[in-house]
Design a protein around this ligand. Structure first.
Ligand code: HEC
Length: 136
């Protein structure tokens, strides 16, 4: 709805831009805003999908994320994961890449870790990490 409205606005403004003079709008700036808005809603979509991956996959059997149905205490509570500087008991900087690597193969990072490897399609993994990054 918002997007449709923006597109309508842009075509309108692009039309105005044709009329030279002080009333010309900066359509590039508007493009940029619309792009940013789109990227934001794509990120939200990924995070939403990532939450489903988490809750429907094995993760929820071992972890708690408060406010969701994940309430297990086998592994650490992930409610504020994204606020942490490191993961896996300080072994790894908390970045996208390290999170993804950890999920795919915790033993590789921390031999003897009790978290099992989880094989995920790359889209699911991407969404899952996007979701974990929202857990502030
Ligand atoms: C069988 C139980 C189990 C499953 C399934 C599991 N984990 Fe874990 N997880 C653990 C344990 C135990 C740890 C602590 C490991 C350690 O530090 O050695 C851990 C650690 C983590 C950490 C690091 C947390 C911190 O505080 O540093 C993250 C992030 C994580 N798990 C995410 C996930 C995700 C995402 C999934 C699903 C793909 C998942 N886990 C599935 C048991 C599990």
């Amino acid at each position: 709805m918002f997007r449709a409205w923006c597109v309508a606005l842009i075509s309108l403004l692009a039309g105005c831009g044709g009329v030279s003079g002080p009333a010309a709008y900066d359509t590039q700036e508007i493009d940029r805003i619309v792009q940013a808005q789109r990227a934001k809603s794509d990120a939200t979509d990924a995070a939403r999908r990532g939450q489903a991956v988490f809750l429907e996959g094995p993760c929820a059997m071992c972890h708690t994320i408060r406010g969701t149905l994940a309430m297990s205490r086998v592994g650490p509570d992930l409610t504020h994961l994204a606020s942490r500087k490191t993961i896996a008991a300080g072994t790894l900087p908390n970045t996208r890449g390290h999170l993804a690597g950890w999920i795919l193969n915790p033993q590789n990072v921390k031999p003897g870790s009790r978290m099992p490897p989880t094989l995920l399609a790359s889209e699911d993994l991407h969404a899952l990490v996007a979701y974990l990054e929202t857990l502030r």
